[in-house]
Design a binder for this molecule. Structure first.
Ligand code: FES
Length: 126
């Protein structure tokens, strides 16, 4: 099981705001709402957009590129065009510090990033 690691002070993240952080080479978005504080992958599962540049409406996170929306409490899709849930991560607050334990990497690559196409040597011609 992943260990909790400090990512920022709660005091640095006002209510109804979000911020991108990097943990273990993975980019996350930390969201602070009346429902609590939540950590999710920062890259939209539809294409490659940074969700921290979108909008946070209560517990709904809206992608800035095509408008897909996710529930920040569990990463489930609330609105298209995304179909794949957003990976979410365990979070706790210890003495005013936000700590996150990373979930397993998303299938197909870390942080939902598309995998690079396999490089192939040029075909030999007879
Ligand atoms: S990249 Fe997020 S909805 Fe398309």
């Amino acid at each position: 099981m992943a260990e909790f690691q400090a990512v920022m002070k709660l005091a640095e993240l006002p209510l109804a705001s979000m911020r991108a952080v990097t943990l273990g080479g993975r980019e996350l978005v930390i969201c602070h709402t009346r429902e609590g504080v939540f950590a999710l992958d920062n890259i939209c599962t539809h294409a490659h957009a940074r969700l921290c540049e979108g909008r946070l409406r209560a517990t709904r996170l809206v992608c800035p590129l095509h408008g897909a929306s996710f529930d920040i409490r569990d990463g489930r899709v609330l609105g298209p065009p995304a179909e794949v849930p957003l990976p979410s991560h365990a979070l706790r607050i210890v003495d005013g510090t936000i700590e996150v334990a990373l979930a397993a990497a998303a299938p197909g690559g870390s942080a939902g990033l598309p995998e690079a196409p396999p490089s192939q040597p040029p075909a030999e011609r007879p």
